[in-house]
Design a protein around this ligand. Structure first.
Ligand code: APR
Length: 314
């Protein structure tokens, strides 16, 4: 059986980390693509030289030519610029929209059957653009955001209670911005509702930290944004697809009526298997969470409109 091919469009911090994870997990052959000549080739060579130590046999190549992603089963897009301290994800819109338009063209031409995962920010707009510009069906274009945001929520809850992260289940829905929606009503520790274990005032603080978790990392790193955790999140999605796991994961999915949302990408739990996004799972929200969900949706709509203005202006 031929090995699967994973194309990583953008060989920066997240792209390089994803290549490493693909190798360690033996997920498939990796092509790192970037516009900076030498960067993807150098990272590929370095990773390849760890193969005898880590005992993996996959191929890792670096390229600045789209032809080299030909036939990829999965394309993961991180191409673009990152936030600097004080910037919001939305501040990246103009530059990254133009980059994503080119990237989508490359994917459409050379990997027309790929499952595409967008990571570039502002995520909800960039995944929308990826779907439009590739023309791929909604089950094959998805955004990485909710797994990471939910993982941040689980991490902080586990730290607070000094329990294993494996015992905490939590989900964050909505747009991948400062108004994302940590769903307190479904957060549990081994089946016990979180509200029985942590005061509502402390949960407010933890959820505020979840919303700003990306910004907190940028203010520490200063010249980069989070990369280990976004990389892990996208590789989890890749694994679910390539291994037909039917795993339920929060992702930015294109909604056509689910949650009352029509024609927008929005963070919701979905089932990922060999068919890509096979199903959107609807969970019940409290009235307060519904309100937060609506506010976040309004923001995503504004963002998509702003993107249309930017692209319309050339
Ligand atoms: N095609 C391919 N790659 C590109 C293009 C392009 N047109 N333009 C820029 N790049 C590359 C850059 O050369 C760089 O190597 O994208 C890479 C981005 O890498 P980093 O700057 O290290 O950013 P990273 O931390 O990987 O984040 C990428 O993901 O989470 C989001 O907000 C984050 O939008 C950002 C993206």
């Amino acid at each position: 059986m031929a090995r699967k091919k994973i194309a990583l469009i953008g060989a920066g911090a997240i792209g390089g980390t994803m290549a490493h994870l693909c190798a360690l997990k033996g997920l498939g052959d990796v092509v790192l693509y970037d516009v900076i000549d030498g960067l993807p080739q150098g990272k590929a060579l370095d990773l390849l030289q760890s193969a005898p130590i880590e005992n993996f046999d996959i191929e890792i190549t670096g390229s600045t030519k789209y032809e080299d992603i030909a036939g990829a089963d999965v394309c993961i897009v991180t191409a673009g610029i990152v936030r600097k301290p004080g910037m919001s994800r939305d501040d990246l819109l103009g530059t990254n929209a133009k980059i994503l338009r080119q990237v989508a063209e490359g994917i459409k031409t050379y990997a027309p059957n790929a499952f595409v995962i967008a990571i570039t920010n502002p995520l909800d707009a960039m995944v929308t653009l990826t779907k439009r510009a590739t023309g791929f069906p909604k089950n094959r274009v998805v955004g990485q955001s909710g797994i990471l945001d939910s993982s941040r929520y689980r991490t902080f809850i586990a730290q607070e209670l000094k329990v294993s992260v494996a015992s905490v289940s939590a989900v964050v829905l909505g747009g991948h911005g400062d108004d994302m929606v940590p769903v307190r009503s479904s957060c549990q520790v081994s089946g016990v509702p979180i509200t029985k274990l942590i005061s509502s005032q402390r949960l407010d603080e933890i959820e505020a930290r979840v919303r700003n978790a990306g910004g907190e990392i940028i203010s520490l790193l200063k010249t980069a944004s989070a990369f280990y955790s976004p990389a892990s999140a996208a590789i989890r999605m890749t694994q679910a697809y390539l291994m037909d796991k039917k795993e339920i994961l929060p992702c930015a999915a294109y909604l056509e009526g689910e949650y009352g949302v029509h024609g927008y990408y929005f963070g919701v739990p979905v089932m990922i298997g060999a068919g890509g996004i096979e199903k959107v799972i609807e969970i019940e929200l409290s009235p307060q969470e519904k309100k937060a969900f609506e506010d976040s949706l309004a923001h995503v709509k504004d963002l998509v409109q702003a993107m249309d203005r930017v692209l319309g202006a050339g």
